[in-house]
Write a new protein. Sequence first.
Length: 138
Amino acid sequence: MKKLLVLSLAACMFTLATTAQTERQIETKPRAERHKGKHEKAKMMKDLNLSKEQQAQMKANHKEMKTKRDALKAQDNITVKEMREKKAALKAEQDEKMAAMLTPEQKVKMDEMKKQKKAEKKSRSPKMEARENQPTAE
């Protein structure tokens, strides 16, 4: 019995020692990349060449949507599916308001920027590429 106990204890210690020595590779993004969202809004306003009035409308719209999202997050009696649906509805509402205040030229520019951002996001995610390259079972 003592031999079994000593052997199992030795195996545990060996396992712990080997796992403690392995280096974990954690990908960390540069600080500027982690806090990119704040600067993207300012860049978008600049690239779209928004007027002062449009900027004010956009900020008011953003603030209104933020309070709605916060109120939605505060609801405890809501299912995950309902939460997703309501978030999607809020996003659609925000997109509609945004489109209503833009000129046709700005809308075209905004669509181009969205496509570019989507392509960048897709190129950064190797998992997305792997999923898309898998053959579909029909």
